[in-house]
Design a protein around this ligand. Structure first.
Ligand SMILES: C[S@@+](CC[C@H](N)C(=O)[O-])C[C@H]1O[C@@H](n2cnc3c(N)ncnc32)[C@H](O)[C@@H]1O
Length: 209
């Protein structure tokens, strides 16, 4: 079940950027709904983001990225005092906002280049989110900002009452995009969530039913 809150008062529509035919959009959907993530996918993605890393880090946490994170922290009913994991943490746009307000945070990304440009606000681990180097039930919350969803790994590392936070900062114009309802559907078992538009994007905070 998905509960949609009123949009944040300053929410707005994103400019056209990446439509449904964007190649990364197609990969995102296929991985969420069970296709195998192969070594060549990981290699291509790491190379792409290694190259983008210097320019990506210059943007740091712009207002576009920050608005949905702030709103989710405020209205998402999230376990802020718990242990958090960020997947696809990039150059730290999310970590800069999250690290000061959560109990603990570990940042992970496939791209060594992205991690090298990230701030030293939380431990950074290079790893593929399709096969995480963490034990079962290790985290109270998992955050993904514009990141591919690997449902079974997110499910595995989350504690029974754990929460996932999914953010697309350009809404349906985000290249790595899934609507909130599709994230709930893709997760193993039954999940329920709360979602709202904020900035030019949206957030979804979800837990198992
Ligand atoms: C669109 S960027 C978003 C980065 C950051 N979350 C942000 O909002 O600035 C996607 C990030 O996910 C990472 N990524 C893609 N596939 C991944 C995978 N299988 N495992 C871990 N990270 C991955 C990329 O290296 C990149 O840093």
């Amino acid at each position: 079940m998905l509960t949609e809150l009123e949009p944040h008062p300053e929410a707005s529509d994103p400019e056209p950027f990446a439509g449904p035919d964007h190649p990364i959009r197609k990969i995102t959907r296929r991985m969420a709904f069970g296709e195998e993530w192969k070594p060549e996918h990981a290699e291509r993605m790491a190379t792409l983001f290694d190259e983008l890393a210097p320019e990506w880090s210059e943007r740091r946490t712009d207002e576009v990225k920050r608005a949905p994170i702030d709103d989710a922290i405020e209205r998402g009913g999230l376990p802020l005092t718990g242990d958090w994991l960020e997947l696809g943490s990039g150059t730290g746009a999310g970590a800069r906002v999250l690290a000061p307000v959560v109990g603990s945070l570990v940042c992970t990304d496939l791209s060594a280049g992205m991690l090298a440009h990230a701030p030293d606000v939380a431990p950074r681990v290079r790893s593929d989110a399709s096969k995480l180097p963490f034990t079962d039930n290790a985290f109270d919350a998992v955050m993904m900002i514009n990141m591919i969803l690997f449902p079974s790994e997110v499910d595995r590392v989350l504690r029974p009452d754990g929460a996932l936070l999914w953010i697309n900062t350009l809404g349906d114009q985000t290249p790595i995009h899934l609507p909130a309802a599709d994230v709930l559907e893709a997760m193993p078992g039954q999940w329920q969530g709360t979602s709202a538009d904020a900035g030019t994007g949206f957030w979804l905070a979800a837990r198992r039913v």
